[in-house]
Design a protein around this ligand. Sequence first.
Ligand code: ATP
Length: 452
Amino acid sequence: MSETTEVTMDKIVSLSRRRGFVFPSSEIYGGLSSTYDYGHYGVLMKNNIRSLWFQAMVQERDDMVALDSAIILNPRVWEASGHVSGFTDPLIDCRTCKLRFREDQLDQAQCGRKPSKHPGEFSECDLTEARQFNLMFQTHVGALEGEGSLAYLRPETAQGIFINFKNVLQIARRKPPFGIAQIGKSFRNEITPGNFLFRVREFEQMEMEFFVPPDEAEKWHRYWIDERMRWYLEYGLREGRLRERVHGPEERSHYSLATSDIEYLYPIGWSELEGIANRGEYDLTQHTKESGTKLEYVGEGGERYTPWVIEPAVSIERIFVAMLVDAYDEEVVAERERTVLRLHPAIAPVKAAILPLIAKNSDMVTRARKLHEVLRKGQIVEYDDGGAIGRRYRRQDEIGTPFAFTIDEQTLQDDTVTVRDRDSLAQERLPLAGVPDWLDDALERPWQTPKT
Ligand code: ATP
């Protein structure tokens, strides 16, 4: 069973679509490459990821504040940060097949000709020299298009944090070490988007900039790598599928003094889930220079310094895919195959299903609806009376619902219900009146995936 389930990206895409997590965007107009819309369960799961990140990064700490900065900033921000001149990937065109490739990914790319080879391997391949392609989306602000109206959609949320450093320092009265956390959409005109949500052009970043005294930077860098790894393990990702990879000096971004990626073993191989960088004083210094506003910390005794910055940065999309891949399982139960998402209950979009065993039995339906009404005040739960009970269980398994409460004949006699556990398939009987407390407790219990 679990051990032999091979999880491919195709299986994840197909389940996501079949069960309404994620749809290809603009489908009725032929789609738009690597652009997706989230359906009901996708929205619920994203909400869970977002709020658990916020809970760990802001709510449970006393050294963090939140921020929500604009997507379109003064374009000088991106000049100062180095994005206008340096946020580029090396682009190669093929004059024959008209496809575009990233020079640093040629060995993974496929030529447009059949049989597929790598670009440059056919005699007809006619590749251009690499040129630097800026990944920022341009737009125009105001009614007149011209050089003065040019602006960018932010390619990262971090810069919105740096330019608000002084506001936060003064108004939130913070002193390093402290952090500013932000969640919001970022946009990159990726040359080669793909692998489902792993690389898209519009994604939701969760970034935190942690400002520290320079001599503590190394210590805090280590702290945040460990802390973020702990978060992934807490929400059920398997330890053997996670690793830290330290960047070599040649691959670090222009601002980075040290970077470690937390990588996940996606179906495409080990790839970056989250990056944790030591950005040094680069950003605050750049914005001080370019804006003329001093972004530094001045202590009560008059000591002043530019804090260094440690940044854990991730997108909800990469977590979403990693969690689906980690959870996806197929097994045979009573000679029937079932597909199940073994998601951590805190991540699962729906926490419990309420199912009247016989949909035509009005007593069962009445009680089930009543239970649904009570439970939905506290949790995202779902009532379902469509089709045979086995099919309803399978539907819930595929969306990862950890518990199902079934109202049956016996309920009508003794006011008890059956609760079915998604992972073990164990069933037990509970008093109907005790279900809300039972569910709250069950959702608080530590959980570990049965997948190996
Ligand atoms: P990559 O090398 O994969 O392009 P990156 O190193 O450029 O990523 P960062 O600039 O460090 O990425 O961005 C921080 C985080 O934002 C990444 O770790 C990843 O979780 C997420 N991210 C970046 N680009 C994308 C994208 N195109 N689609 C989805 N998530 C992304």
